[in-house]
Design a protein around this ligand. Structure first.
Ligand code: GLA
Length: 436
């Protein structure tokens, strides 16, 4: 037993203390091998993605499992993964107004038709994404022939024609539409050309037009950063207003582009409660978990411990989702790390946000969702009744202030108790940490 003074923040503030964990070798059937380009340690037990259980089947009694796709991904190994693991598809780009209506009076349906037909032939649901957004929109809608901004009436008429044409075409085929995307800001409605020209009314009009075109489609307001406390209140306020005005809105879409550390599970749980209280359906529409959100983190391959933590975090969040009957679809924004928007945003970098690696093999994240018993242990921290923390950690090497801890390096698995001194509930107090 050794007494050791550390700051509680080492454990509670992400990034301030990292533990390089080594893969458990206690299961005799776990043989490690380097897997391809990513350098991610894979196991033979994990096998190739084709041989593993279907993600969609594992979750079918809770919700549909979806992913966004590009047309190029419908074939080959990617196509096989899609068919096996997902029950719902969203067009990553091709159903956005920029591509569906490149100029006034011109609709280009070929690509969207291909995707929708593929989905229906293969018994998949289609989420339509998206009818109104401030990005990737049909710019021409806002301007007249002289380049001046059009009037509110003209804009709403164009919107009606657009929505009516697109939604009618896929009537009975697209089961849910993200009618409006990212229309709310932290504290107000998002400033956009829509808001500037048409005022707040464009939002309810979009829902009304969509409902008229396909009364059977489920209509969603899709939002980003939905876990932020003030923003979530703002979103709920808008939705309640729409419901009070009998606007045909059936659900909230929560995008869920998150990182390994943020937002915390508690914040996610509180936000979900709020959305659930609206009584509407909830779709998680764009789930991914960046491992490389920190601009100073320039790893060429993902550290093993981060991949393991990612798996546990995916599992914790899915466990939470499972407690909500109103969550009926959980869609990932992509399915393998070789194809993710996170490579390009906000800066070009390598990232590992999804369930399959660049070689289409299952990552720990996948196993966290289909069979967590196969995961190496994570550091688990539980509060006891006196607000102390009990943790269990696999053998590892903590790096504290840039220095590897020599003694811990020599130990095996261990139990840790952290005694909080003072008001350290948010990681500011000093603590005594016993381990052994
Ligand atoms: C937003 C949009 C998506 C997609 C992602 C990033 O979340 O809703 O359509 O563009 O950004 O790729």
């Amino acid at each position: 037993m050794r007494t050791f003074l550390i700051f509680l923040s080492l454990f509670l503030i992400p990034g301030s203390c990292t533990t390089t964990q080594q893969q458990s070798t206690t299961d005799s059937d776990l043989k490690t091998s380097e897997a391809g380009e990513t350098g991610i340690i894979q196991t033979e037990l994990m096998g190739t993605a084709k041989e593993v259980p279907s993600l969609a089947k594992v979750y079918e009694k809770y919700f549909n499992i979806g992913t966004c796709v590009e047309l190029s991904q419908l074939m080959g190994t990617e196509g096989e993964l899609l068919l096996k693991h997902f029950s719902s598809l969203t067009a990553e780009n091709i159903m956005k107004p920029k591509y569906m209506a490149p100029s006034e009076g011109t609709f280009t349906f070929d690509n969207a038709d291909k995707l929708v037909n593929y989905a229906l032939e293969n018994n998949k649901l289609v989420r339509g994404h998206t009818l109104v957004w401030h990005n990737q929109n049909a710019k021409w809608m806002f301007y007249d022939q002289n380049g001046n901004k059009v009037s509110k009436n003209v804009l709403l008429k164009r919107l009606e024609t657009y929505i009516n044409t697109v939604v009618s075409r896929y009537k009975g085929k697209v089961y849910a539409w993200d009618v409006v995307n990212e229309v709310v800001d932290a504290t107000a409605l998002r400033k956009s050309e829509w808001l500037e020209i048409a005022g707040e009314e464009y939002i309810e009009k979009a829902f009304i037009y969509a409902h008229r075109a396909d009364p059977g489609a489920r209509l969603f307001l899709n939002e980003i950063d939905t876990i932020e406390r003030i923003k979530s209140e703002n979103i709920c306020k808008l939705v309640r207003k729409l419901l009070d005005r009998n606007v045909p809105i059936h659900g909230i879409g929560l995008q869920f582009h998150i990182t390994l550390h943020y937002p915390g599970l508690q914040a996610i749980s509180e936000a979900l409660k709020k959305y659930n209280d609206l009584g509407l359906e909830i779709h998680i529409t764009e789930f991914d978990m960046s491992l490389n959100a920190d601009p100073d983190f320039k790893a060429g391959k993902a550290p093993e411990d981060l991949l393991i933590r990612q798996a546990h975090r995916y599992k914790e969040i899915f466990d939470l989702f499972k407690t909500y009957k109103n969550i009926t679809n959980v869609t990932f924004w992509g399915f393998h790390d070789g194809h993710t928007w996170s490579t390009y945003f906000p800066v070009t970098k390598k990232d590992w946000p999804l369930l399959f690696d660049r070689d289409f093999k299952t990552k720990y994240a996948f196993w966290g969702l289909v069979d967590p018993s196969r995961l190496p242990k994570d550091v688990v921290i539980n509060n006891d009744s006196k607000n102390n923390f009990k943790a269990y950690a696999k053998k590892g090497t903590p790096v504290i202030d840039g220095m590897e801890d020599e003694i811990w390096k020599k130990t095996g698995d261990m139990n840790i108790t952290i005694y909080v001194q003072g008001s350290g509930s948010h990681g500011t107090g000093k603590t005594l940490c016993y381990y052994g």
